[in-house]
Design a protein around this ligand. Structure first.
Ligand SMILES: Nc1nc2c(ncn2[C@@H]2O[C@H](COP(=O)(O)OP(=O)(O)OP(=O)(O)O)[C@@H](O)[C@H]2O)c(=O)[nH]1
Ligand SMILES: [Mg+2]
Ligand SMILES: [Zn+2]
Length: 463
């Protein structure tokens, strides 16, 4: 029988709308602006009123407005190119006349040539004029927000999580890479080096610090195809380290920590010292006692004051993470919370997919813990969220001590460096909820059927 099968059409590249990681406005990939690669622009001469070429950096009004919200002054920058037009001002320059001044790759506006003949690939958010991640438009991006009161361990957790994600089990065939060298410098200088090289714990995160995103690209399911590394999933992950002192405060959530309102998933962290176990633990462990801040809210108050701030959380995957699980370990008086041999004290092992059995086991034990130590908190969580699980982690794996460094008291990790326990588990659960990793062993049919994405991007940065 003769079939009249048509040749398959070449697949049109998938282009994703972009959400700016700084101002959180959304726009299409062809609405971006570009930062010129030279300072050349036109300006009206104050001497004769004529338009003349100038070669100095400009005041970028959009960027200045963005910085002003944080009481900071924007640095001067090179001019801007707005390929779609619709903007005026001396800080903008035009596209090259003639030829094809705009280059598209994978369906996304990739680079432009300006009226002075210079090319630029530096894409900007058209609203706040901050730099966009290289992957914008090519891959889906997700914001995963850490929240929780002051001193629950958010900064410590984020530091160890980023480290653990670089060493995931080979079965995931994954890579976590900082999107820019400034992200890797920032992580190394402010997070990794103090904790992993010097064993020092961070200072409190301050409410008036600008919360700058740490943006990473995560590739999962990498295979070599014709010499290129091609991944099943390429996504952009944005981490923000917020100040616990700020999250009860609407102003903070509306300005510095606006990402909380736009997050795709939450990691909500609770310290055992915020629960009914606090007194018992403080009696056992003087350093745990030192972390107990008088006047700090208990778990349920913080939860309410945070999630009632017009945050759309109900259906977003939310991991309730009990931090500092090492504090609960093996004494007679803490046996009522967790068995001495509980799985919460063991490293997790997710071999290439989320092991839902382990997740359910931990969920059950931690749910039980909150039932004993913070029943109202547990009840509210169970009612408030439609997609929630309980986890327990220890970012440090052991106790802390206070030492004097150059006349200043600093907290140090007693064992030297972090020995993370189950740190990646809540995060892997969230990735599975977002359809990025599988909840099934490879031989089973994966539950997740999301369209493969980022074809062009997958290869673009794999050289
Ligand atoms: N024993 C133990 N202590 C921990 C662990 N993680 C954090 N801590 C302690 O908790 C303190 C506070 O941790 P941070 O990460 O700075 O807390 P935070 O949530 O970022 O606090 P803010 O920045 O004020 O919002 C640390 O200095 C440690 O003493 C852990 O896994 N085990
Ligand atoms: Mg902090
Ligand atoms: Zn923006």
């Amino acid at each position: 029988m003769i079939t009249n099968k048509k040749r398959p059409e070449p697949e049109a590249p998938v282009v994703y709308p972009i959400k700016c990681p700084y101002c959180f406005k959304s726009f299409e990939a062809n609405e971006v602006h570009f930062r010129a690669s030279s300072p050349k622009h036109y300006a009206v001469s104050p001497q004769n009123g004529e338009r003349v070429i100038r070669e100095d950096s400009i005041v970028d009004r959009n960027l200045a407005d963005y910085y002003r919200q944080f009481g900071r002054q924007a640095p001067r920058r090179f001019p801007i190119i707005a390929p779609a037009g619709n903007v005026t001002g001396d800080e903008y320059i035009g596209l090259a006349l003639g030829g094809e001044p705009i280059e598209y790759r994978g369906g996304v506006m990739y680079s432009v040539k300006d009226e002075f003949g210079n090319e630029s690939e530096k894409r900007l958010c058209p609203f706040c004029h901050n730099d966009l991640p290289k992957s914008a438009g090519y891959t889906k991006s997700y914001t995963i927000a850490f929240a929780g009161d002051t001193a629950v361990g958010k900064t410590v957790y984020m530091t160890t999580l980023i480290n653990r994600l670089q060493f995931l089990d080979d079965g995931f065939r994954s890579m976590l890479m900082p999107l820019t060298s400034s992200v890797s410098d920032k992580y190394d200088t402010y997070y990794f080096t103090p904790m992993y090289k010097e064993g020092l714990l961070p200072e409190h995160t301050h409410v008036n610090e600008v919360v700058e995103p740490l943006i990473y690209e995560l590739r999962v399911g990498i295979n070599k195809v014709n010499g290129d590394n091609v991944a099943d999933k390429v996504i952009t992950l944005t981490f923000y380290d917020v100040a616990g002192d700020g999250i009860k405060n609407a102003d903070y959530v509306n300005t510095r920590a606006r990402h909380l309102k736009y997050a795709d998933a939450f990691i909500y962290m609770v310290d055992p010292m915020q629960t009914g176990a606090a007194q018992r633990l403080a009696a056992l462990n003087s350093n745990a006692g030192a972390d107990y801040i008088v006047g700090r809210g208990d778990a349920v108050k913080i939860l309410e004051s945070f999630f009632t701030q017009d945050i759309d959380f109900k259906d977003k995957p939310t991991a309730i993470v009990l931090t500092k699980s090492d504090l609960l370990k093996s004494t007679e008086s803490t046996q009522r919370y967790f068995d001495r041999n509980s799985t919460i004290y063991e490293q997790c092992s997710h071999k290439g997919y989320l092991d839902t059995e382990q997740v359910e086991k931990i969920n059950g034990e931690v749910h039980n813990f909150f039932g004993i130590t913070a029943p109202l908190f547990r009840k509210n969580v169970d009612f408030m969220f439609n997609n929630v699980k309980y986890f327990a982690v220890s970012a440090l794996g052991g106790p802390t001590e206070t030492v004097n460094v150059d006349g200043i008291d600093r907290k140090k990790i007693t064992n030297g460096i972090p020995q993370e326990i189950r740190v990646e588990e809540p995060f892997l659960w969230i990735l599975a909820q977002l359809g990025i990793i599988s909840e099934n062993a490879p031989e089973e049919k994966p539950k997740n059927t999301e369209k493969k994405s980022g074809g062009f991007f997958k290869k673009l940065f794999s050289k």
